[in-house]
Design a protein around this ligand. Structure first.
Ligand code: HXC
Length: 258
């Protein structure tokens, strides 16, 4: 499928979705967000995709929501259209693992989009920030909530109140990203990581995603119970039998996603 604001390639069961509005540093306008929602839903439904990688350009993952597009909106416009609401809810419905591969600027909605993915691999050029305060607004797709959970209140307040940028080393130190790689290796590392995930049972990977995400939605006790029940449920799968037999027989498992 051809998109105006994205380039999508599928290789080795990985969908690589590249945000592609170079003139605006991949600013998230309504066209891009709608296409991203479609591309992620299509990848989620495609048997040839077992993991998704979202990336931008060398200069910008995404420099935020498109300021030109939203600058004249009224409260009534924003509220009535549920600005950014539907798109992001659609994005979060994806059950396959999504990796954000971030080089350059990931600001405002760009940082928030990266945080909505399942984990972030950063190039050493990455710069994260929530500079919405400079525009007279606050984050709109989860920045105040997700960044706080990732890096803690003090650093999150610092980022949101000053609008300063965090470099890749600070992002790794503070738990925002899972790892930092040289910029020229970003895509190869992200794709290699995604390929590693494609070798697992897709069923089990979905369960992992659900369980880890549940930790943000519930109390510790309820989350642990949810995890335990999922763990119990997976004993009903062929992949559990295969995974454990393969270990005992000292061979590689052949998962069948059932
Ligand atoms: C629209 C943008 C944009 C944005 C950059 N551009 N960011 N257009 N919306 N968010 C455009 C510029 O207008 C310019 O277009 C071109 O991209 C290159 O940008 P420059 O500013 O010339 O580049 P540079 O000097 O290298 O500075 C890079 C930058 C700066 C530091 C990233 O562009 C910047 O501060 N951008 C805004 C970042 C921001 O405030 N993001 C938060 C947005 S609010 P022209 O046509 O002039 O060449 C937000 C709310 C989230 O995200 C709500 C939920 C989604």
């Amino acid at each position: 499928m051809a998109y105006e604001t994205l380039i999508v390639e599928i290789e080795d069961y990985v969908a690589l979705i590249r945000l592609n509005r170079p003139d605006a540093l991949n600013a998230l306008n309504s066209a891009l967000l709608a296409e991203l929602g479609e591309a992620v839903a299509a990848a989620d439904a495609n048997d040839k995709v077992r993991c998704i990688v979202i990336t931008g350009s060398d200069k910008a993952f995404a420099a935020g929501a498109d300021i030109k597009e939203m600058s004249e909106k009224s409260f009534v416009d924003a509220f009535t259209d549920d600005l950014f609401g539907t798109n992001t809810e659609d994005f979060l419905r994806c059950r396959k693992p999504i990796i954000a591969a971030v080089a350059g600027y990931a600001l405002g909605g760009g940082c928030e989009l990266a945080m909505m993915c399942d984990f972030i691999i950063a190039a050493d050029t990455a710069k994260f920030g929530q500079p919405e305060i400079n525009l007279g607004v606050v984050a709109g797709i989860g920045g105040t909530q997700r960044l706080t959970r990732f890096v803690g209140k003090s650093k999150s307040m610092d980022m949101h109140l000053t609008g300063r940028f965090m470099d890749a080393a600070e992002a790794e130190r503070s738990g925002l990203v899972s790892r930092v790689v040289p910029a020229n290796k970003l895509i190869s590392e992200a794709m290699a990581t995604a390929r590693k995930i494609t070798e697992k049972s897709a069923l089990t990977a979905m369960a992992v995603k659900e369980a880890v995400n549940r930790s943000y939605e519930t109390t510790l006790r309820e989350g642990v119970l949810f995890e335990r029940r999922l763990f119990h449920a997976l004993f009903a799968t062929e992949d559990q039998k295969e995974g454990m037999s393969a270990f005992l027989e000292k061979r590689q498992p052949q998962f069948r996603d059932r």
